[in-house]
Ligand binder design. Structure first.
Ligand code: HAM
Length: 417
């Protein structure tokens, strides 16, 4: 057989096709998540897929900048594909300063990262997320974490775990242990803690100049602790941070199940724009984070010149669907009409129009299959009712209906349809 070679039949590396069954699974997740965001008063926003490269590169951090799809347009502009929605939203708000704060927006959008494709890592994927812009009270953190928790509940991922941390806490600790000059390398090392062995993580730090004893101390401190213990730890580190967290935990108690939230100093996140609370969320046994977020109080100022506190989260929708095992949803066709001749076909057109006006989906057989083949076809296609318009039935003013789910056959007078 000729035609395209195999590698051209498949989508470009890291991209994927979406067949209807897969799209309906995606839509189901989208509808569910959208409802949660809207119930908290969030409204949907969308931005172009293409951005000025300069806007994207401003505060993403080298790791993400390396993953930006970059290109020049025909006029020679340096452009890139958005790698998240936080940055485009910050840009949008910088020329829409009149929009009243706090802003509560959500998105369900495609983003692009030139990542190494593997399980759970794609170059084109969907993010559902929210951004809450213009507030610095811990109640904003409570709200964002609650939307996250409710989103996961709504899609039946109730066995989630939110790992919380604070960049201010790590920075304080580094200051105390006189490790501030190694901040970048330490962040990079901690970020790898869940993916690498102890030796490998320590090696990253020591290779960057961190003394081994301090690297070990840091490694051991960066483990999972209960939220209440975290408050004590943070209070000892810095009284302001301590009071922020004791307030946060007190409010959180009423907003989310506290046993689903842990504090973990190793959660630093790859993006450079975070300034305070950061978190990642895991679902069940699924190894990779299904979502992440945090506070980025300096990002908007980079674009607008005006200091504007903000925070949010994004869920990787493909990962969430994989974690849920929700990969396909069938959307059955309500009626498939089989006719034997032109007379039947003309009646079918009228019946189909009426049924469609009443909200049913209806397909009329195109006349190229016999009844037996049609039968096999509709079973594969996912059809609820096969309607057969035969000569003898027509003479009696009825049609035959086969309910394919219940395996019943009956007749209905055409007028009743
Ligand atoms: P992020 O952690 O880079 O955060 O991405 C959020 C989620 O997107 C991840 O937790 C993961 O589920 C998914 N994700 C990331 N990379 C890939 C990939 N290559 N393939 C499939 N899924 C992926 C952000 O993007 C921030 N903008 C979140 C945020 C919003 N922070 C504040 N507001």
């Amino acid at each position: 057989m000729s035609g395209l070679p195999d590698h051209l039949r498949k989508p470009v590396r890291g991209m994927r096709d979406w067949t209807p069954r897969q799209i309906y699974a995606l839509r189901h997740v989208e509808d569910t998540l959208r409802k949660v965001a809207e119930s908290f008063g969030y409204r949907q926003v969308e931005t172009p897929v293409v951005e000025h490269f300069e806007v994207l590169a401003k505060k993403a951090g080298q790791e993400i900048v390396n993953e930006i799809y970059v290109f020049k347009d025909k006029a020679g502009r340096d452009l890139g594909l958005r790698f998240d929605m936080t940055v485009p939203i910050a840009r949008l708000l910088s020329y829409h300063m009149e929009i009243p704060k706090p802003v509560r927006w959500y998105y369900f959008s495609k983003v692009f990262r030139y990542d190494e494709p593997q399980h759970g890592r794609y170059r084109e994927f969907h993010q559902f997320g929210i951004e809450l812009v213009g507030s610095s009270t811990p109640r904003a953190e409570v709200e964002v974490l609650q939307v996250l928790a409710e989103s996961l509940n709504a899609v039946n991922a109730g066995n989630y775990l939110i790992m919380l941390n604070d960049r201010r806490a790590i920075d304080k600790l580094l200051e105390r242990w006189e490790l501030t000059p190694y901040r970048e390398i330490i962040y990079r090392a901690l970020d790898k803690k869940s993916k690498m062995s102890r030796e490998e993580v320590l090696k990253i730090m020591t290779a960057g100049g961190v003394p081994l004893d301090k690297a070990e101390k840091l490694y051991d401190a960066a483990s999972e602790i209960e939220l209440h213990d975290a408050v004590d730890f943070l209070t000892a580190l810095d009284s302001n941070l301590g009071s922020f967290y004791s307030q946060l935990v007190r409010y959180l108690e009423d907003a989310v199940p506290l046993e689903r939230v842990k504090f973990n100093l190793s959660i630093v996140r790859g993006l450079d724009y975070y300034t305070g609370v950061v978190f990642e969320v895991f679902a069940g046994e699924y190894k990779l984070a299904v979502g992440g977020g945090g506070r980025y109080d300096d990002l908007l100022q980079l674009y607008s010149g005006v200091k504007t506190p903000a925070l949010g989260f994004a869920i990787g929708v493909e990962r969430l669907m994989e974690a849920l095992g929700l990969l396909e949803v069938e959307k059955p066709i309500d009626y498939y009409i089989y006719v034997f001749d032109d007379e039947g076909y003309r009646v079918a057109i009228k019946i189909a129009r009426k049924l469609r006006q009443s909200g049913y989906s209806v397909v009329i057989e195109l006349g190229e299959k016999n009844l037996k083949d049609t039968f096999e076809y509709v079973l594969k296609l996912g059809v609820k009712h096969l309607m057969i318009i035969g000569k003898r039935e027509l003479e009696r003013g009825v049609v035959k209906i086969r309910d394919l789910g219940k395996r019943l056959e009956y007749e209905i007078p055409i007028e009743q349809l």
